[in-house]
Design a binder for this molecule. Sequence first.
Ligand code: NI
Length: 393
Amino acid sequence: MKDKIQVLAASFAKEVIDYRHFLHANPELSFQEFNTAKFVAATLRSFGIEPQEGVAGTGVVALIKGKNPDKKVVALRADMDALPITEANDVAYKSKNIGVMHACGHDVHTSSLLGTARILQALKDEFEGTVKLIFQPGEELLPGGASLMIKEGVLENPTPNGILGQHVMPLLPAGTVGFREGMYMASADEIYVTVTGKGGHAAMPEINIDPVLIAAHIIVAMQQIVSRNCSPKIPSVLSFGKVTAAGATNIIPNEVKMEGTFRTMDENWRAEAHLKMVKLAESIAEGMGGNCHFDIHKGYPYLENHPALTNRMKNAAIEYLGEDKVVNLDIWMAAEDFAFYTQHTDACFYRLGIRNEALGITSSVHTPTFDIDESALETGSGLMAWLVWNELK
Ligand code: NI
């Protein structure tokens, strides 16, 4: 079966690259993936797969039923949205939508999953169970297309026993992949703080309430949220990256605004930390005679790779690619909306290498020069089909 999948992946490789070129040249922003979804649905139909369109707006869902389709269900997810970046690459498939670019490789994930679907459709008499294909909108924008698709029932009828997702990784050479069991990516919450005092002449602090000093105390005190409250076993970061106090050398302003991020890898600690941050900031402000409005915009949750599923997928990847082509990943404090799926079902989110130093392909994601070594598409589409077959054989 491994040889069979490798042969199929090689025979479809050119078309998968064509899919990627079309998607890359025609990127669409989060939740506006109208033509992308049409293209995905039409391509699936050309394989003989009938998709359901319009899930959570532009999402596309389809089933490939093998023998005994109720036995086990594996879901595969690709995200479809692009970023508000103007492409700087001079390539034939350069973005035609100026100001919008597939700079996070979601064109790669979508075209690779189309290739996987084509392989699995050709093999549907040789596995038992059902494959659920999920083409998802809006990974890059809160509340995340994954959360909306789950609300619309993408994890029901049928309910997957597990879900796989892959993401490009510019640090990994094309031909290699990376896995990590357990903790992998962080929850990410945005923090917006407004400290209010009473502005006035800086020479007369006794008649003012200085919000700059209050804000400074809050920033320093916030450091003990993680260092004195969070178990050292749980990765956790609290950073303030923006502080605005529009006074002057001789003017104390009325208010100070601050913005920050809170990231961690434990949902219980995350909820507890939110309460502690608000209480600490408000009580410092109150104790100093001012006021504090502490607003937390909840982002994506913590992403946990199911240890047993991930271990099986990693071992299967070693069989498919060879031991030297499969690496162990470090935890990563970035966030990804695939995390929503990990809260509902066994999940494995792994990384697809795309780097090629000889071709000068080294740019990181979310940059105007991001690109991939397209041999990664054959690796990505074939490997995912092989991983599915290992779960449904
Ligand atoms: Ni991405």
